[in-house]
Design a protein around this ligand. Structure first.
Ligand SMILES: [Zn+2]
Length: 287
């Protein structure tokens, strides 16, 4: 479906809703509209919101992409953008106004997301030339790069609770001598403070050991014994064993918002092709 078809369909449904004979009928049409909007890409939804505000507030097309950026920053999620659009009276009128503005300026609706200069989906780099690799890792304490596995640790705190081990703060951090913080405990916590807090002891394993099959087995054992919640351990497993994951990780939400990838799996889970698309477009996402 072309983007102009999407805008047209939203406009029609919004118009039908505005002409509904009573409240119940209007709500039914709004449900249809919401169901139509939900599977769209985030970029398509933010652009609809952008067009709605262009029609509502006026202004030229020159600042359209700045306005688009504002929309994605302000709403944060496509769901909130949809709520906002449906809460506004006269959505169809605003969209119609904005289409007039675009027409007068000679801008094709179908180019907005793809070929218009600075468009969110324009000029995406291909993932074909990207080779995904493991690491380098980002230290969970200082945020700096752990340049090689020998400079890193998997670290956690654990204590006995109700007859089994209960862990917390499972993290990837710099080994003490490689920590850029220059503190006595490097990028790790103070063991005495942590013990005093809840009786937890500090454990750590070198990152290069964690990257071996035994490291994977150790992490899986955490889940098996319920020492840590599966969602925490799974994210560490992906950081250590899924090529491209750590590099793409800071850009997950931005890539979804920009329409570079769709969220097909649970939050933070991506296939290799999706990680390739994110990594290939990091320069664009950093803009
Ligand atoms: Zn660090």
């Amino acid at each position: 479906m072309q983007y102009s078809d999407i805008v047209q369909r939203v406009l029609e449904l919004a118009q039908e809703a505005s002409e509904a004979r009573d409240r119940a009928a209007r709500q039914l049409i709004e449900q249809d509209l919401r169901a139509f909007l939900k599977p769209l890409k985030a970029a398509e939804i933010y652009m609809l919101a952008t067009l709605m505000y262009l029609g509502l507030e006026g202004g030229g097309v020159a600042g359209l992409m700045d306005r688009y950026q504002q929309m994605s920053d302000t709403f944060g999620t496509p769901e909130r953008a949809i709520d906002q659009m449906l809460a506004k009276n006269g959505l169809h009128k605003h969209l119609r106004n904005s289409l007039e503005i675009l027409k007068t300026a000679g801008v094709e609706v179908d180019t907005l997301l793809t070929t218009h200069i600075d468009s969110p989906l324009a000029l995406l780099n291909s993932s074909d030339d990207v080779e995904l690799s493991l690491g380098p890792w980002c230290c969970d304490q200082c945020g700096q790069v752990i340049t090689k596995p020998e400079h890193g640790l998997l670290q956690w705190l654990t204590r006995a609770k109700d007859g089994h081990c209960s862990g917390r703060d499972l993290r990837i951090v710099h080994v003490n001598h490689a920590s850029p913080l220059g503190l006595p405990d490097g990028c790790g916590p103070n063991p005495s403070v942590e013990f005093a807090r809840d009786g937890s002891g500090l454990s750590d394993v070198p990152l290069h050991w964690m990257l071996e099959p035994d490291g994977l087995v150790r992490l899986l054992a955490f889940v098996e014994e319920s020492e840590f919640p599966a969602n925490e351990v799974n994210r560490i497993i992906m950081r250590l064993f899924v090529p491209g994951y750590e590099k793409a990780r800071p850009y997950f939400q931005k890539a979804i918002d920009a329409g570079i990838v769709d969220a097909q799996l649970p939050d933070d889970y991506f296939y290799q092709s999706q990680l390739g698309d994110i990594v290939a477009n990091i320069p664009k996402l950093e803009k």
